[in-house]
Design a protein around this ligand. Structure first.
Ligand code: DGL
Length: 270
């Protein structure tokens, strides 16, 4: 199957990595919109027109499935009733799938971007489930920290402490509501002492149960399309995907040129 992923940067790799580890060889396409990172604090109107271009791009690649590897965009899509019928692929939502692992009596802390918190899609879905002990916290410094490659060490630790020092054992479950945050999962676990919910696991369940995606052997290849600095993305992705045996191909993408699903350049080397 042809499977697409997108995010503002390297965060979506936390989803891609789990999909590769679970399902092996499929045709994978990853759009890293690092020119526009961080999405978490950009105006919603800009992100909404940007996501339209991203979807047209994936439609032109003829993907079968498009996985939102970005909670912020998933929130925008849901909040604005974005018309998914205009596209030929099946869109898979991170948020819908992670909330399946939350139960009425759970106490829950959501860590997410400012836009995800503001848009309140998690809030509404959890309220509808009857969850009453719920708090949300935006952690806007996590994304730039990770995009600069500092996901360990002193700098990471002082930012983690700044956001999470009051949350030790306060909530039963913590949702990592931004795909960058699982890169800090061990440290977040240490600070909160809670059960960590990574939305990528919800995606794996969905692909297994609803899509019945096959588990394939053979060489794994990923085509990366990067809107910002390709070399920087390449080196960060290598650091994060160091334990994945696969062949990555990197190319530059100019999203502003995309106006329709026709005639988008497609650089597919597989
Ligand atoms: N990783 C994305 C998310 O899940 C976007 C983070 C950002 O660019 O601010 O929300």
């Amino acid at each position: 199957m042809k499977i697409g992923f997108f995010d503002s940067g390297i965060g979506g790799l936390t989803v891609l990595k789990k999909v590769i580890n679970n399902f092996g060889n499929h045709k994978y396409y990853y759009l890293g919109d690092s020119l526009n990172v961080p999405y978490g604090s950009k105006p919603i109107s800009f992100l909404l027109s940007n996501v339209e271009k991203i979807f047209l791009f994936f439609d032109s690649l003829n993907v079968d499935i498009l996985i939102s590897a970005c909670n912020t965009t998933d929130s925008i899509i849901k909040k604005n009733n974005f018309n998914l019928d205009n596209f030929n692929f099946k869109y898979v939502s991170l948020i819908e799938n992670v909330v399946k692992n939350v139960h009425k009596n759970d106490s829950v802390l959501l860590l997410a971007t400012e836009n995800t918190v503001k848009l309140g899609v998690y809030r509404e879905l959890l309220k509808a489930k009857g969850v009453t002990k719920y708090e949300e916290k935006a952690c806007p410094l996590f994304v730039p920290l990770i995009e600069e490659g500092y996901w360990y060490g002193q700098m990471a630790d002082s930012i983690l402490r700044f956001y999470l020092r009051d949350y030790k054992s306060k909530y039963k479950k913590v949702i990592l509501g931004c795909t960058h945050y699982p890169i800090l999962e061990k440290q977040i676990k240490k600070y909160t002492n809670s059960l960590i919910l990574d939305p990528a696991d919800g995606i794996i369940n969905f692909l297994e149960e609803e899509v019945q995606l096959s588990k394939n052997s053979g060489d794994i290849k990923v085509n990366y399309y990067i809107t910002g600095n390709v070399e920087k993305f390449e080196s960060l992705s290598k650091a994060f995907m160091f334990d994945v045996s696969y062949k990555p191909f990197f190319s530059k993408l100019n999203l502003t040129k995309i106006k329709s699903r026709e005639k988008n350049f497609v650089d597919i080397r597989q």
